[in-house]
Design a protein around this ligand. Structure first.
Ligand code: AMP
Ligand code: MG
Length: 344
């Protein structure tokens, strides 16, 4: 079902553990970026929790509107100006997203590239309604867009203005927006003096402190159903997963997943799932997408280039490969085959 801006809702607020416990856990859920975001604030007084949830609701609503890749808002306005060959002023957060994108495009060797919005749109992936159906776009159309080499490195920033000489640059922050949003949410939570919390955007999340003195436990979904294993963390970390199993185009027996290799313009599918742990959401989100593009042969070297120690991937045969640093946090489900790789 397609959803619009107005559906960014605060659904549930404040489940106090017990009436006499003032500093208990408070929970809220928001619908944003097509995902249910659950926020849990541990040992927080009710007034602070209510204030933070109010801030988060406003912030999420604003991010959803401004960063949307195809619904009218600040990013779409910027893209229209760039396509018409004009420079344009934009928001400070979009400028930050562009700077993050430029860094990750560079460190991933072009595998992560949020300037390929026109390709993503050509494939029909600018929708909230998956799976989509029908044959892929014409090869020549794909080839044409790849040949124009859209890149975030083509963007020049001066103050709040953005320029490019390449009208085929169209920004789509789908691979990074959730990570940046989760980071901004954690900023509000920290500013309120809260030490322990989790911001969980449908399994992509950041933790702070502990879960009432215990580790935070996160299930890693198995693309073929069930749970591949669990991650157990404490402290300030981000855990993000990119998969090829939920969002795709179906054409008879053929599946075309939503993550594209910017160098070919075609979907990638040698890994069905990638999970990355990093210190912040934006890095973990970008890296998870980049490693899907890197594929079974190159994910370790790209992780190294992006400064990622803890990563695990599930290949087409369902085998889990994990770096030694990931195995500090991750335990596979019983009976799962797992291969440890060196990582750094
Ligand atoms: P994620 O779910 O974080 O892996 O992001 C996937 C989304 O990022 C897609 O739905 C597209 O909007 C966008 N995207 C697809 N391919 C790429 C790519 N190679 N680099 C950056 N963003 C991409
Ligand atoms: Mg991502």
């Amino acid at each position: 079902m397609a959803r619009n801006h107005a559906s960014v809702l605060l659904l549930v607020v404040a489940l106090a553990a017990s009436a006499c416990d003032r500093n208990s856990e408070h929970r809220a859920e928001f619908f944003v970026f097509g995902t249910l975001v659950e926020v849990r604030l541990v040992e927080t007084d009710p007034r602070t929790a209510a204030r933070v949830f109010g801030q988060l609701q406003q912030a999420f609503q604003r991010m959803h509107q401004e960063w949307h890749a195809w619904e009218p808002g600040a990013l779409v306005r910027l893209n229209q100006a760039l396509q018409a060959g004009h420079s344009a002023a934009t928001t400070p957060e979009i400028i930050q997203l562009i700077r993050h994108a430029q860094l990750f495009e560079r460190t991933s060797g072009g595998r992560f590239n949020p300037a390929i919005g026109r390709l993503v749109g050509l494939w029909g992936f600018h929708t909230s309604d998956f799976p989509i159906h029908g044959s892929p776009p014409h090869r020549d159309e794909i080839r044409l867009l790849v040949r124009s080499e859209p890149s975030t490195l083509d963007l020049r920033i001066e103050g709040d203005r953005v320029f490019t000489a390449n009208p085929d640059v169209q920004l789509d922050f789908g691979g990074i927006a959730k990570g940046f949003a989760v980071d901004l949410a954690v900023g509000f939570i920290r500013e309120a003096g809260i030490d322990s919390a989790i911001v969980n955007a449908g399994g992509d999340l950041r933790t702070l402190g502990s879960n009432h003195g215990k580790n935070w436990r996160i299930g890693v979904q198995d693309p073929s159903g069930g749970v591949a294993g669990g991650i157990s963390v404490q402290g300030d970390l981000a855990v993000f997963t990119s998969g090829n199993y939920a969002r795709f185009r179906q054409d008879n027996q053929e599946r075309y997943p939503h993550i594209l290799d910017p160098r070919t313009g075609w979907p990638v599918d040698s890994l069905t799932s990638v999970t990355v742990i990093a210190n912040d959401g934006v890095t973990a989100d970008a890296a998870a997408t980049a490693l899907v593009v890197a594929g079974v042969e190159e994910w370790q070297s790209v992780a190294n280039e992006m400064g990622i120690d803890a990563a695990m991937v599930i290949d087409e045969a369902g085998v889990i490969h994990a770096t030694a640093s990931m195995l500090v946090f991750f335990s596979p489900s019983a009976g799962r085959e797992i291969i440890e790789v060196n990582g750094q």
